[in-house]
Design a protein around this ligand. Structure first.
Ligand code: PEP
Ligand code: MG
Length: 590
């Protein structure tokens, strides 16, 4: 009998191209709910220790859940009851349950290490649940996985190993990647990313752009058809994912990759040129950073400084909190990495789609995380966290020029509260003889809530600078979740409401004679450059990879005609017409 091998045919899928570039490589499929964990055979003499490791992790998980339960008591009765039930179910799973017995058996009989044993047992239990007819019980899979993830985190203590064992050149295929997981990816190992869930402005997308990894999110039909090792192309420019490409498609992809590399090389020549318009107006181009390791890219991009350092990533992928000394050491490397340039450090903006292991317990289950205990609100609830951060920032300020930026501000009272705390922390450090920035760094605020934009004049009066966060400003103005692929087509920074808020804020800052920047993702998109400049913005902060593109646009731009075009755009009420006017202007100029 003749056996013919069947070559799978090429399949093209569409999603949101969120990070440019084109990748080709073997698929590395991450099943949802599974993290990369160490997997090894335990020596017979180590079995007792392994069993104890698991018992300790389970005991710690029970303590964590009990403390969560205690915190839930302050909630309104119905919510407390609901969360109480859920946490009781988690507790039950950690006490002589099928899960714990199964894991113990795997350690004892199969000599599996605890992390791998948990993951294997969860997979079997989840499979059983999926078969059930009862929708309520089927939905409990998420709880089993959550308990498993907690156990694994406890076992691995603070060493998050996820993705550390990936073969080089792989394309990650997953249901969803969290911002914290994405932060662990090494761009020299991971060629591309494709996921089923995720919007273009969520922090997973932002992180992929920062790392320069081509990514397509929100790809329906991705998971069932893709297997480990299948060849995949991810085209982040147009949102295409091609499974099992033909020889001809692969060759065409290599050609595109070659052109993109050439273009990147050409853009490098702009590095040392000033960002100045044709009619001689200089612009300040700054870098957005998430991880201290990005400082090298920021320096190479020729940025005039750092306009936004998102410190929350220092809190992710660990079970404990970084103390003042650790934060100081990290911030110092960023400040020293940008000699003679300003570094704008934002206080913790945890919450929403960004969560950090050690802080998760501070966030009780809430229906609307984006409207909940996020950013400066968490700081007010947990002042100690902010105090420690401010102290580290003040100490890092000794090593260069810094500014402090507050996220998600909505009221004047919040700014005053932080300013008072800053003065107090500075006083304490000085009394203890600790060197700090002198004078104190300017204290600025993000304008990313419509209410803040509409009161920008009042906020400008008590702030030293403003930074317009158009990612959240668009999300909150239009009521569109920035990370949800299902409404991604409605997410539109060109909506007249968003533009009016940007204009209002910019004018308020100019009247108050304080600096104003835009640091949302549109700042790094040359399509928006003429409009932002035309509205009076002179400082743009973006992922360093985009800096040369924006600079090229600025250098080809006549500011007077950009201003005229911005004025006619502001007379419009329809975003489609606005987009037309903007694109037509951009095309006529290039
Ligand atoms: C923004 O909202 O535009 C912003 C820059 O902050 P983040 O993306 O971190 O929420
Ligand atoms: Mg924001």
């Amino acid at each position: 009998m003749k056996i013919e091998s069947v070559t799978p045919s090429e399949q093209s899928l569409s999603g949101l191209g969120v990070s440019g570039g084109v990748a080709i490589g073997p698929a590395y499929v991450i099943e949802s709910g599974t993290a990369q964990v160490p997997d090894y055979v335990v020596a017979p003499e180590g079995l007792e220790d392994e069993r104890r490791r698991f018992a300790d992790a389970a005991a710690k998980a029970r303590r964590q859940i009990k403390s969560l339960k205690a915190k839930a008591l302050v909630l309104p009765e119905a919510a407390a009851e609901e969360i109480g039930f859920l946490l009781d179910a988690h507790l039950a799973m950690l006490t002589s349950s099928r899960l714990t017995r199964g894991v113990e058996r795997r350690i004892r009989e199969d000599r599996q290490n605890a992390e791998a044993a948990i993951q294997a047992e969860i997979a079997v239990i989840a499979h059983g649940f999926q078969e059930m007819d009862d929708a309520y019980l089927a939905a409990r899979i998420a709880d089993v996985r959550e308990v498993g993830a907690r156990l694994i985190r406890n076992l691995m203590d603070r060493e998050y190993q996820a993705f550390s064992m990936l073969p080089p050149g792989v394309v990650i295929i997953a249901e969803e990647l969290s911002p914290a997981e994405t932060a662990l990816l090494d761009p020299s190992v991971v060629a591309g990313i494709a996921t089923v869930m995720g919007g273009a402005q969520g922090h997973t997308a932002i992180m992929a752009r920062a790392l320069g990894i081509p990514a397509v999110l929100g790809v329906h039909g991705l998971m069932p058809g893709t297997h480990n090792g299948d060849p995949v192309i991810v085209d982040g420019r147009n949102g295409k994912v091609i499974l099992n490409p033909t020889e001809a498609t692969r060759v065409a992809t290599y050609v595109v990759q070659h052109h993109l590399t050439q273009e990147r090389e050409q853009l490098k020549s702009l590095r040392s040129l000033p960002a100045v318009t044709l009619d001689g107006t200089p612009m300040t181009l700054l870098a957005n950073l998430e991880l201290p390791r990005e400082i090298e890219t920021a320096r190479e991009s020729g940025a005039n400084g750092v306009g936004l350092f998102r410190t929350e990533f220092m809190f992710m992928n660990r079970e404990d909190l970084p103390d003042e000394d650790e934060q100081y050491a990290l911030l110092r490397t960023v400040v020293e990495g940008m000699p003679d340039k300003v570094v704008t450090i934002r206080t913790l903006d945890i919450g929403g789609d960004k969560l950090a292991g050690a802080l998760d317990e501070r966030f009780l289950a809430t229906a609307n995380p984006a409207l909940g205990l996020r950013a400066v609100r968490l700081s007010q609830r947990e002042p100690k966290l902010l105090e420690t951060q401010l102290a580290a920032m003040l100490r890092a300020g000794v090593h260069g020029s810094t500014r402090i930026l507050l996220p998600l501000i909505t009221t004047v009272a919040e700014v005053r509260w932080v300013r008072d705390m800053l003065t107090e922390v500075a006083g304490r450090l000085k009394r203890n003889g600790v060197p700090i920035a002198d004078p104190l760094p300017p204290l600025g605020i993000m304008i990313e809530v419509p209410g803040a934009a509409l009161t920008a004049d009042a906020l400008a009066a008590c702030s030293d600078f403003l930074a317009i966060g158009t990612n959240d400003l668009t999300q909150y103005t239009l009521a569109i979740d920035r990370g949800d692929e299902q409404v991604a087509h409605l997410y539109d920074p060109l909506h007249p409401a968003v533009l009016r808020l940007i204009q209002f804020t910019t004018q308020a800052a100019l009247r108050a004679r304080i600096p104003v920047s835009v640091c949302g993702e549109i700042a790094g998109d040359p399509r928006f450059t003429a409009l932002l400049l035309g509205l009076g913005v002179r400082e743009l902060s973006m992922t360093p990879n985009k800096l040369a593109l924006v600079k090229r646009r600025i250098r080809a731009l006549d500011l007077r005609s950009a201003t005229r075009r911005a004025q006619s755009i502001m007379d419009q009420s329809d975003s489609a017409r606005i987009a037309e006017l903007l694109d037509e202007f951009n095309e006529s100029e290039t």
